[in-house]
Design a protein. Sequence first.
Length: 491
Amino acid sequence: MDNSVVAELRDIVKIYPDGVKALDGVSLTLEKGKVHAVLGENGAGKTTLMRILYGEIRPTRGEIILDGRPVRFKSTVDAIRSGIAMVYQHPRMVPTLTVRENMELYFESAGLGEEAWRRLEWATKVTGFEVPLGERAEDLPLGVLQRAEILRSLAANARILILDEPTTNLTPAEVGGLFEAIRRMKREGLALAYITHRLPEVREIADTVTVLRRGKVVASGVDPRRVPGEELARLMVGELPKPAPRKRHKPHGSPVLLLEDVEAQARIRLTIRRLEVMPGEVLGVAGVEGNGQDELVSLVIGLLKPLRGRVEVLGGTPSSPRDFLRMGGAFIPGDRGRALIQHFSVAENLAFLLYAHQGPLMLTPRSLEGLYRRVAEEYRVVAEGPWVPVSSLSGGNQQKLLVGTQLHLGPRLLVAVNPTRGLDVATTRYVRSLIDGLAAGGAGVLLVSSDLDEVLELSDRIAVIYKGRITGIVAREEATPERLGALMGGA
Ligand SMILES: Nc1ncnc2c1ncn2[C@@H]1O[C@H](COP(=O)(O)OP(=O)(O)OP(=O)(O)O)[C@@H](O)[C@H]1O
Ligand SMILES: [Mg+2]
């Protein structure tokens, strides 16, 4: 055997208890000092495969070979002790504990004491990551928590590091830092598995690529620098549908959203002289995360009261999110992990999402089943039925469920935050077409997105937010990534 191979997954099959065949005979090897990208659209089986290597779930069939010997992990603790670590899309830290306490728990589970803290210093040097050990996890941005998780993995002797869509919650600068750290970890001899559906990342960081589609390997041993991006995309999703030509809307009437001389304070102070969204218009808000986007959205949906100034939604001022929904607003939050209750059924989640509109009369099992069928059909949600837990849906299907329930009611103002974050090419295209269609039908859309391509693709006008202020509003025709980038950096 090639002794640079550290881990091998052989012919893995995974059938979940509810009958979903997530993996169907998948094999893959990880090598020392190499980044192996696992590429595939939502629901392809990427996370499932890596959770198997990490000992979190057991394969229905197939083998894991570590250093040439078959292993059977009873839990993630076994995997961690064998030098495997996994960093998920959502941090696995106890929110109310500090970073230091979280690390301690992790080290303990790995059976490590002082030596792990010594290795932490080495890990800090290798990665260039600094994290505030004394802060509570819940007070820190996702990017910082991710760095803390990578650090603790290295400190606990990880030789194999699995990163599951690691750039989803990062700012562009943080992505740069992560890639630099990955390059240095490679030099230290780590084997990395890198899950993504972002092609440019694969080209930048991966040494080899395995492409999964619907639980099967459709390509392996692919050198990302030799295969054109288009080919990778085609492998990932099958044939790509052509994007529909975009119709331009003509805004008319009085604004569906108007902010005037507003000041508000939450994490940061927000000062807005004037911002409006017309019916039939998509107003994009671009900016590096944490520059007042949360405050702006909270104001609009009635969660945050302004210190002064006027916030007018559809002619009124919502006093609560429920009020906002009743007035004809709809909201797609940035974090679907929090918007959906993962261990509740799809139908129960529908009930929660639509409660504000429909009141308790909607909440019979039969009406929920009917509603589920309509939403699932109209918005292409693939699920086993209304009563399976939301957690059994892939990320893309969860997002379609969320977007579908909001659009189902025909809102006149949609507030959408990072609506395609973490979605694959095909689902992204679909969700964007829904937003575009809503605006074409006369609704106004406030699109808050840290994805510049998304903002450029969907918006009629683009407002750039920086340190709590709108630093510029640019018509789409005049917007270039360079110009927006400059405004985003406060230039
Ligand atoms: N705990 C579970 N129970 C039942 N089915 C599941 C479970 N987790 C995942 N699945 C199903 O298995 C399939 C593969 O899901 P998985 O999460 O591995 O995909 P993925 O490639 O990571 O997708 P994404 O890009 O959306 O994260 C999907 O059909 C999903 O609905
Ligand atoms: Mg996944």
